[in-house]
Design a binder for this molecule. Sequence first.
Ligand SMILES: Nc1ncnc2c1ncn2[C@@H]1O[C@H](COP(=O)(O)OP(=O)(O)O)[C@@H](O)[C@H]1O
Ligand SMILES: [Mg+2]
Length: 331
Amino acid sequence: MLFVEDSSEIIKVENLTKFFGDFAAVKEVSFEVERGEIFGILGPNGAGKTTLIKMLSTLLKPTSGKALVAGYDVVKEPQNVRKSIGIVFQEPTLDVELTARENLDFHGRIYGMDGKKRRERISEVLELVGLSDKADILVKKFSGGMQRRLEIARGFMHFPKVLFLDEPTLGLDVQTRRNIWEYIEKLRRDEDVTIILTTHYIEEAENLCDRVAIIDLGRIIALDTVERLREGIGKDSIEVVVENGSVFENLLKSQNLKVVKTADGLMISASDGEKLIPRLFSLAQKHRIEIHSVSLKKSSLEDVFVLLTGRKIREESAAMHPMMRIKRMRK
Ligand SMILES: Nc1ncnc2c1ncn2[C@@H]1O[C@H](COP(=O)(O)OP(=O)(O)O)[C@@H](O)[C@H]1O
Ligand SMILES: [Mg+2]
């Protein structure tokens, strides 16, 4: 053990880096996670989320840097790390030809739990994810949401200190997603576990996570509580579409406004958006710039990402994830 049992940080990451050939998928990432937190890693597809989770769970060796999970070094003490963690992968890994109980039982055996303990724990975890009455049904008869819940149950079957959830609600509908969030919250309440989850869904990070690291192109570009991340850019977000975007952008910047050019127009962050709108119009008028449209909304983590990168999280992921693409085409 490198730090004492009651230390508040259960995960410590320092300059963690992963190269695939000469491509850096994760670049000098550093952060700490407190015991009992739900910590989110939010970023578009390809940002490096899965690579990061794989390094923390010892499935991938870092190129450089250091990570301690539950007090153990992921490179020097991988066995101890593995005993301390549970993982739910992005891709489903249940045996669909077995029942829910059989899947959990198999997992318990791998972790060396004796028969009595397995039986007790299976009842407990099934209860926690609301599947008690489905224990003896074949997993292939489960809906997508039920399968996810079972995977989460399996992830914490062996009393892990840390549970990694890689895109836990990927491809699920909104209703099912909310339902899974409730179970994740319950899990945190009822079990002594720290949860690290990755997601590219803004709502998931905003609703579920205590703190969020926003990751893009392998780097953490912001990290704080959801509230502070939002407040940091101003509570309102205004999107303006104008005739001459670049000129207007420079004009706004010269007024010390937080503005960024996106694919759709200009995004401006402000603490009092309603008061800013008339100012935008008079500024545009003065410089003979035509405003096509203006919209005002409460700022979200999406806006934090847009302001930092000029891109949106969602569009990219929707464009790149095949499952999402099919859904879009069907509309
Ligand atoms: N085994 C690998 N070999 C080469 N490139 C990889 C490998 N795994 C991931 N990558 C690349 O690393 C980047 C990050 O991938 P990943 O961690 O899966 O991102 P995310 O989970 O955020 O979608 C992507 O550009 C991906 O193509
Ligand atoms: Mg991934």
